[in-house]
Design a protein around this ligand. Structure first.
Ligand code: SF4
Ligand code: SF4
Ligand code: FES
Length: 303
C-alpha cells in the first residue's frame, strides 16, 4: 500500500522554476531544476510513500546522475533531511542489468534513461518507482533472485564437467552464430518479467524463527510455482541450439513444460516491446512452444 506524504511544497511557490519557459523566440529554455518524485520503502514488506526532490539541471544527465545528486543532498524538496535514496547500478552502460526501475511508469534502465528526453515526456517532474513484480529490498532496490532462479530451473548453461582440456568443441556455422547471438545479449534486467501479465509478484517473508537455509528453500519452492518468464524461455532456446548445450535439451524442455512453464505464456508480447536489448523473445517463445510439443509427443511414444 502506498502512503501519501504530501507537504507544503506541493502548494507551489517554494521551489525554483522547473518548467521550461519560452524566451519569446519559440525555443524552450532549459529548466533550472529537475523535479523528481520517488516511491520509497524503508524495508521489505513495509508501507511505501512518495518523497519529492529537486536538483539543479545539468545538460545530458541520466537518471543515475539524478539519483547521485539526490543521495548527496539527502534533503527533500521542502528542506527536510531524509535518508539517502537506495538504488542499484553497476556498469552504467546497459550491460549489468541491475538498474531497472519504473521511470515515468515504464520499465527501463536508469543508466540509459536520459533526463532531457524524460522531461519531454512528462513535463516538469520525473517519476521513479521500483519494479512492481519483484519484492522491494529498500526504495528502488528490488530482490531479483527469482529471475536467476528461473535460469537455474531451465539449466541455462552449457554443461562442462571440470576444467579439463576436451579439445576443440564442435564447429558452429556463421548462420547459427548470427541466429544465437541476439539471445546471448540478455542482461537479466527483468524488464520482460515486469511487463508480462502472466508474471505476478511472489514475495516470501522470512519468519522470525526461520534459518537462512529454510528461508531460501521456501523461496525456491514458491518461485518454482510461478511463471519462468520470457528471459528463461529464450535462454533455454539459446542453449538447446548450442552443439554442447544440446546434451541436456530434454531436461530444459522438461522444465519448460512443467509447472510455471511455457504453457502459461499468453502471447501478449509485452516482453519483446520492453526488452532493452531488442531480443526476439517472441521468436524464442514460438520455437520453445514447437519444441515442447514435439518433445511431449515423443515422450508418449517412448513410454
Ligand atoms: S509473450 Fe508471454 S512472456 Fe511475453 S509478455 Fe506475453 S505472456 Fe509474458
Ligand atoms: S530478455 Fe531482455 S528484458 Fe528480459 S531480462 Fe533479458 S535483456 Fe532484460
Ligand atoms: S547500471 Fe548496468 S545496466 Fe544500468
Amino acid at each position: 500500500m502506498i502512503k501519501a506524504v504530501e507537504s507544503a511544497e506541493h502548494s507551489g511557490g517554494a521551489g525554483q522554476q522547473a518548467v521550461a519557459d519560452h524566451g519569446g523566440n519559440g525555443h524552450a529554455a532549459a529548466p533550472r531544476v529537475v523535479r523528481v518524485r520517488i516511491l520509497r520503502q524503508d524495508a521489505p514488506g513495509e508501507e511505501s510513500y512518495w518523497e519529492r526532490f529537486e536538483i539543479p539541471y545539468v545538460e545530458n544527465m541520466n537518471v543515475i546522475s539524478i539519483l547521485q545528486q539526490v543521495a548527496a543532498r539527502a534533503k527533500s524538496r521542502d528542506g527536510r533531511r531524509v535518508a539517502p535514496v537506495a538504488w542499484d547500478c553497476n556498469c552504467l552502460e546497459e550491460v549489468c542489468g541491475s538498474c531497472t526501475m519504473l521511470i515515468n511508469g515504464r520499465t527501463r534502465m536508469a543508466c540509459s534513461a536520459l533526463v532531457d528526453k524524460l522531461l519531454e515526456e512528462s513535463g516538469d517532474e520525473i517519476e521513479l518507482r521500483p519494479m512492481s513484480k519483484f519484492p522491494v529490498v529498500r526504495d528502488l532496490v528490488v530482490d531479483r533472485s527469482r529471475l536467476f532462479r528461473a535460469l537455474e530451473r531451465v539449466k541455462a548453461w552449457v554443461p562442462v564437467d571440470g576444467s579439463y582440456d576436451h579439445g576443440p568443441g564442435p564447429r558452429i556455422s556463421p548462420e547459427s552464430q548470427e541466429d544465437a547471438y541476439p539471445l546471448a545479449t540478455c542482461i537479466s534486467c527483468g524488464c520482460c518479467m515486469e511487463a508480462c501479465p502472466q508474471f505476478t509478484k511472489i514475495e516470501v517473508v522470512r519468519r522470525e524463527d526461520e534459518s537462512a537455509e529454510a528461508f531460501e528453500a521456501r523461496k525456491k519452492t514458491a518461485f518454482d510455482a510461478g511463471f519462468v518468464g520470457a528471459h528463461a524461455i529464450s535462454q533455454a532456446m539459446l542453449f538447446n541450439g548450442h552443439p554442447t548445450g544440446k546434451m541436456i535439451a530434454d531436461e530444459r524442455l522438461e522444465a519448460l513444460t512443467s509447472q510455471g512453464g511455457i504453457q502459461m505464456c499468453g502471447n501478449a508480447q509485452n516482453c519483446v516491446a520492453v526488452c532493452p536489448k531488442s531480443i526476439p523473445l517472441t521468436r524464442s517463445i514460438a520455437r520453445a512452444g514447437r519444441a515442447a510439443t514435439v518433445w511431449a509427443i515423443r515422450k508418449i511414444f517412448d513410454r
